[in-house]
Design a protein around this ligand. Structure first.
Ligand code: HBI
Ligand code: FE
Length: 282
């Protein structure tokens, strides 16, 4: 791609200026509405590390956060920064940023009339959902490792296998804590309806996380998940960050892709879903 093909203001790493001063009062109000709704829900639902990260960051209830301020605090704690992008960026661009501890966050915010509808990750999903856990040293290393691994997986033609691991952990993961199941996936904690569904609804399966099993399992991008995978502690992800996936790719690539709702005899079930939600749509 030639520099001259880029939209005005977009750099060749796809980053743009956040232009924080240009957000309108209406846009800050959308943030405020989402923030208030979500914060009420997440006490006792999100994992402790998420809630701790949220408290420690300059994320206010009534204003879209300024990425420069977020980055200043993140840098000190885990060496991460937040950079603005227009929306989804190509896989390699995304991985290159993560591998260098830069989190690409959507600059725009959803419309007030479509609070629960998202085609691409916006500033609420990316900042409210992802950034608090980047304050945690385990997640900080894990997401960087995903960036490094993503570049390799893309070369090998096995990105779909790795992308499932990201999906079922970083985006839609559940973790067991002393007082029960909690949320850590950004796709869940940034969604009002899925924060309730993932934890409280009898419909979805909740299955112990198993790496090759997850690599085999297709996921839903346009609806609640049919299966959530549960880790016992965030430390499980640290172990993953240090695992060589190459031999697993070879094994798993031979196996059939599993549909999102499939349960295998060897699965360790935390909860067997009754399937009402997704069955009603089939
Ligand atoms: N771009 N901005 C942005 N955010 C993402 O989460 C993202 C992306 N590009 C590619 C991508 N995710 C995924 O398809 C990869 O994680 C596989
Ligand atoms: Fe995300």
């Amino acid at each position: 791609m030639h520099l001259s093909d880029l939209p005005p203001g977009q750099r060749d790493d796809w980053t743009i200026d956040q232009q924080w001063d240009r957000y309108t009062p209406e846009q800050h109000q959308v943030w405020a509405t989402l923030f208030e709704r979500q914060t009420k829900l997440l006490e006792g639902r999100a994992c402790d590390e998420f809630l701790a990260g949220m408290r420690a960051l300059p994320i206010a209830p009534d204003k879209i956060p300024d990425f420069r301020q977020l980055s200043a605090v993140l840098k000190q704690h885990t060496g991460w920064e937040v950079v603005a992008v227009p929306g989804l960026v190509p896989d390699e661009v995304f991985f290159e940023h993560l591998a260098n501890r830069r989190f690409p966050a959507g600059q725009f915010i959803r419309e007030a009339s479509q609070l629960d509808y998202l085609q691409e990750p916006d500033v609420f999903h990316d900042v409210f959902g992802h950034v608090p856990l980047l304050m945690n040293p385990i997640i900080a290393d894990y997401i960087q490792a995903y960036g490094v691994g993503g570049l390799r997986a893309k070369e090998k033609g096995v990105l779909d296998l790795l992308a499932r691991v990201y999906w079922y952990t970083v985006e839609f993961g559940l973790v067991e804590q002393k007082d029960g199941l909690r949320l850590y996936g950004a796709g869940i904690v940034s969604s009002y309806t899925e924060s309730i569904f993932a934890l409280d609804d009898p419909s979805p399966n909740r299955v112990r996380f198993d790496l090759p099993r997850v690599m085999q399992t297709d996921y839903r991008i346009d609806d609640f998940q049919e299966t959530y995978f549960v880790i016992r502690h965030l430390d499980e992800l640290l172990q993953l960050a240090h695992t060589d996936f190459a031999p697993l790719y070879e094994q798993v690539a031979q196996r059939p892709v599993l549909q999102p709702g499939t349960i295998l005899p060897q699965d360790q079930l935390v909860h067997r879903g009754i399937g009402t939600y997704h069955n009603a749509k089939r």
